[in-house]
Design a protein around this ligand. Structure first.
Ligand code: DC
Length: 224
């Protein structure tokens, strides 16, 4: 059985960068499942379908070809063979990913693909429903969070660095709205699995957070 680690948590908890560093330390692959929903969101945008229609999206998700490849350990997300890793990071694609990921037909297809990948290699998988659905039986689950104020503060500083001057209050408001949407979605909402270990990074540096997660993994799987 491959070593499978689940990391879930709300937006802005630093999941992607923390998961990347933990996977590097453990020398295993990191699967960012959000990138798969984003790639499908991009395809839905390009196809011009009505994203409020589950029927239209069900048809589309059956035809789509989303694949993940690794180059020097880094994830490349492919849409019909095209490397869309950069294109899926825009605000427009974020909104599309959020809209398409609500629908059960879309989730079923993505979950199946993620479970198939998890069987093939030692892998750390991050998302919203990994501990509760994708890797429901994994012995190693982490729920990574921080207070909404701290997550908003980190996002605000990141955006400022990029020249985006959205006020802190607005960043916090939008983050609370995303939390609300993710946690109240009917299908596979974001929630901490009963057997997940909670890591609250509010007062921790990135390095401390990585150390804490590596220690949890080693407790389950032994020293790597
Ligand atoms: O983590 P992210 O922001 O890249 O995720 C993009 C969107 O996909 C976001 O709206 C949440 C959704 N998502 C999901 O529903 N389930 C996952 N396992 C991963 C992401």
């Amino acid at each position: 059985m491959p070593m499978n680690i689940a990391i879930d948590g709300p937006v802005g908890a630093g999941k992607s960068s923390i998961a990347d560093q933990v996977a590097k330390r453990l020398n295993i692959l990191h699967l960012d499942t959000g990138a798969m929903y984003r790639a499908f969101g991009l395809y839905a945008l390009r196809s011009g379908v009505d994203m409020t229609s589950e029927e239209a999206l069900s048809g589309l998700v059956e035809q789509v070809d989303v694949q993940v490849r690794y180059e020097d350990g880094a994830q490349k997300t492919l849409l019909f063979g095209e490397d869309v890793s950069g294109l899926i990071r825009t605000g427009e694609v974020s909104a599309a990913a959020s809209a398409v990921s609500k629908w059960p037909a879309v989730r079923r297809r993505m979950v199946r693909a993620q479970q198939e990948m998890a069987k093939t290699a030692d892998m750390l998988i991050d998302g919203r429903d990994i501990g509760t659905v994708v890797l429901k039986d994994s012995p190693c689950k982490i729920f990574l969070t921080a207070t909404a104020e701290e997550r908003a503060r980190r996002r605000y500083l990141q955006q400022m660095e990029k020249g985006d001057e959205t006020p802190y209050e607005q960043v916090l408001r939008e983050l609370n709205a995303r939390d609300e949407q993710d946690m109240n979605r009917k299908t596979d909402p974001l929630r901490q699995a009963e057997d997940a270990v909670l890591v609250d990074s509010t007062n921790m540096t990135q390095e401390e957070t990585v150390d804490a997660i590596v220690a949890i993994v080693e407790e389950v799987y032994g020293k790597q």
